[in-house]
Design a protein around this ligand. Structure first.
Ligand code: ADE
Ligand code: ZN
Length: 328
């Protein structure tokens, strides 16, 4: 219990959260009413939340993309980001690196200016009002062709100074990282850092591809690294961080119980493991609940383990070295 209280109160860094995954059912219905969006077959917050019972990644993504349809004007994106950043303040998140999925909105004919305008306005407020820092990571949807990702990157060019990195998300199996080599190369040319979801549902091989072919400096999820000792060793030697999301893995059936996550093996191998929330509105908890879940599952009563997880996240961030030092 002391360990849980310690983690809850500690200043934290969040490295894996999709802003569209922070859309709570209450805001879905509020914005649906405002914008005249039909949410059939769901009639109420209660009914929608009851549908949050997933069998795998795809069953979640279907409802996640459905919910995102209520986001229409700049104020909607502002409100979404503002609510998440207020949650960060409440949970003592002092720095957050936040994914957004431009293609989900561009496909609905919402211009880049609209969602970026809303996000950036909310971020500026949080920076001045509660002194937190935020970096944005633009994700490409891997179930769409690379050509689409390249178009998206071109549309992002006017905003490139407000974007820290590119990422890769959505359906993993059957969409290996090597399909996105060209767009990642373009992104690097624009000075963007590279991360990618790999080894969540997909094989350890996708982690190697993300490192070799996309030159990723951090891997999102990455838990399947334990299937390949060579991949494990490489992640440890190069100190490539992994952004693990325990409640996500539980709710998407990647593991049957949190204790099944290979966290001890990963920590014992010297991997830079971090704890994150992924899509907290859908998976039943923000970062503090994720810490609590692993502390309970692994009986991490020793505060040194928690301290390591917290410090790993600072080291794993994409912030400049001087700013990292200030967080230590
Ligand atoms: N998009 C939002 N959450 C995701 C996840 N956990 N994996 C892949 N794509 C996602
Ligand atoms: Zn994710």
């Amino acid at each position: 219990a002391r360990a849980i209280a310690y983690a809850r109160a500690a200043p934290k860094v969040e490295l894996h959260v999709h802003i569209e995954g922070t859309l709570e059912p209450e805001l879905v219905f509020k914005l649906a009413a405002k914008n005249g969006v039909d949410l059939a077959p769901y009639q109420s917050v209660h009914e929608l939340r009851a549908a949050y019972s997933f069998t795998d990644l795809q069953s979640f993504l279907d409802i996640y993309y459905l919910g995102a349809r209520v986001l229409q004007d700049e104020d909607d994106f502002y409100e979404l980001m503002s609510r998440y950043l207020a949650k960060c303040r409440d949970e003592h998140v002092v720095h957050a690196e936040i994914f957004f999925d431009p293609q989900t909105h561009l496909q609905r004919r919402i211009p880049f200016e609209v969602f970026m305008g809303g996000f950036l306005r909310a971020i500026r407020n949080a920076q001045t009002e509660f002194g937190m820092s935020v970096l944005l990571i633009m994700c490409f949807l891997r179930h769409l062709p690379e050509e689409d990702a390249i178009t998206t990157l071109n549309l992002a060019k006017p905003f490139v100074d407000s974007i820290q990195a590119v990422g890769l998300d959505s359906s993993e199996r059957g969409f290996p990282p090597h399909l996105f080599q060209r767009v990642y190369e373009h992104a690097r040319g624009l000075g963007l850092d590279c991360v990618a979801h790999a080894g969540e549902e997909g094989p350890a091989e996708y982690i190697s591809e993300a490192l070799d072919l996309l030159q990723c400096r951090r891997i999102d999820h990455g838990i399947r690294c334990v299937d390949d000792p060579m991949v494990m060793k490489r992640l440890a030697d190069a100190r490539i961080p992994l952004t693990v999301c325990p409640l996500s893995n539980l709710k998407l059936g990647v593991v049957a119980v949190v204790a099944e996550l290979p966290l001890r093996d990963m920590l014992d191998a010297g991997l830079c493991v971090t704890i994150n929330s992924d899509d907290p509105a859908y998976f039943g908890g923000y970062i503090n609940d994720n810490f609590e879940a692993v502390i309970r599952a692994f009986d991490f009563v020793d505060q040194r383990v928690i301290h390591t997880l917290l410090r790993n996240a600072i080291q794993a961030s994409l912030l400049p070295a001087a700013h990292k030092l200030a967080l230590e």
